[in-house]
Design a protein around this ligand. Sequence first.
Ligand SMILES: [Mg+2]
Length: 203
Amino acid sequence: MLKNIVLDCDGVILDWRQGFYEWIKVWGYTAVFPPHPADYTMITACPDKTEEQIRLDMARFNASEDFARLSFCEGAEAGVNALRAAFPTSRIVVLTAVGQSDRTLALRRRNLAVLPIDEVICVPLGASKRRWLETFARPGLIVEDHPDHAAEAIELGFGAILVDRPWNRAFAHHEIERVASWNEVVDASRRRLAGASAGKLAA
Ligand SMILES: [Mg+2]
């Protein structure tokens, strides 16, 4: 039985990059097209700011009303509902590294309120998710767009699915399955559970 399905949020469920990109333009940044830079610092989108300044603005954005109005990634709403239907007794957790303030958590919960998820956990901005993953019962499956989080989950015995995005294309890992859509997330999850032993998911 699959105990925990751990979903990343930004770049998997919600289009944080597009939302942040629109927000920084309002605040007078030079925001460089295209709106999906291939790095996590967003420095290529904001060449007139330092990495530290951008990081502070990320925290500001993540506490703003706009943060609760991020668009869903293509297929995400249907995909999470399909996971819920396919795994009715599994715990579906959104584990998201957007900062831990009460306000950011409340805004994120509001944005995700339409989805059938059991819990939203916010961890420090940009932090490793290892400390939280270690506490989750396995077998478990993580769905990520960040290679580092997916690789950490593999080290802890989780199955890992990486949603293909422009910013993670340089990454490859033989145990991490790359998928191109939410339909493929659901298909891969079903297939892994079908082949699962008691303690470990099929690759
Ligand atoms: Mg992400």
